[in-house]
Design a protein around this ligand. Structure first.
Ligand SMILES: N[C@@H](CCC(=O)N[C@@H](CS)C(=O)NCC(=O)O)C(=O)O
Length: 215
């Protein structure tokens, strides 16, 4: 089997999820940067569009096959590399972890995505200030719910059980995005505690945007 290729962008929080999971499971991969920064726009170029018609990162490719969508890729990684696990063994708890992760991946991240922000500017004339207000609004609403859920396990270092799961894999990149857009995170002390504990773990540390930023 050849080495897994990750179509990656250092600042993409969806790609950051995969870097964490790959490091956590000790899976070797080659990172192939796709520069999605406004102005570079490599995701829209012919070369990448053929690989991923949705024109987004991340994608993974292995043995001539390619797939996008970070949550589907995370599930595939869990199925093909079950150890160490990123989901609990109990089905109800697995559902709770997925529900937490999906709050970020389905309800917060998509409406704060680069192309949505660009559309706010071009279609509705939003300026930097308006875009920032929009961005923070969806994080604030989502994090308020996630803090309440997280407080069900107040004494634990992690969100569900005694090790990180897909919940942390999605949370830590989203907290990083929130900081980048100057979101007030003081109302979410449990999420911040989990964030600071995870960011000390080697798998999370090595996946951070600043750690993988091209020089
Ligand atoms: N649901 C997708 C979202 C992927 C996504 O939106 N990626 C962003 C970067 S975090 C992107 O490529 N944006 C490019 C654009 O909006 O043009 C996933 O989880 O993989």
């Amino acid at each position: 089997m050849s080495t897994l290729k990750l179509y990656d962008y250092w600042r993409s929080s969806a790609a950051y999820r995969l870097r964490i999971a790959l490091n956590f499971k000790g899976i070797k991969y080659d990172s192939l940067p796709v520069n999605i920064a406004p102005g570079a726009d490599e995701q829209f170029g012919e070369t990448y569009r053929i690989l991923n018609p949705q024109m987004r990162v991340p994608s993974v490719s292995l043995d001539g096959r390619i797939s996008g969508q970070s949550m589907a890729i995370l599930e595939w990684l869990e199925e093909t590399h079950p150890e160490p696990p990123l989901l609990p063994s109990d089905p109800w708890e697995r559902m709770e972890v997925r529900a937490f992760a999906d709050t970020i991946a389905c309800d917060i991240h998509p409406i704060d995505n680069l192309s949505v922000l660009a559309q706010l500017r071009t279609q509705f004339g939003a300026d930097d200030n308006a875009v920032g207000v929009w961005y923070r609004e969806w994080i604030t609403r989502g994090f308020a719910a996630l803090e309440t859920i997280a407080m069900k396990h107040p004494g634990s270092d992690f969100l569900f059980g005694d090790h990180p799961t897909l919940a942390e894999v999605c949370l830590i990149p989203q907290v990083s995005n929130a900081r980048r857009f100057n979101t007030d995170l003081t109302p979410y002390p449990k999420l911040l505690d989990v964030d600071s504990i995870c960011r000390e773990l080697p798998a999370f540390k090595a996946a951070e945007p600043e750690a993988v930023k091209p020089s």
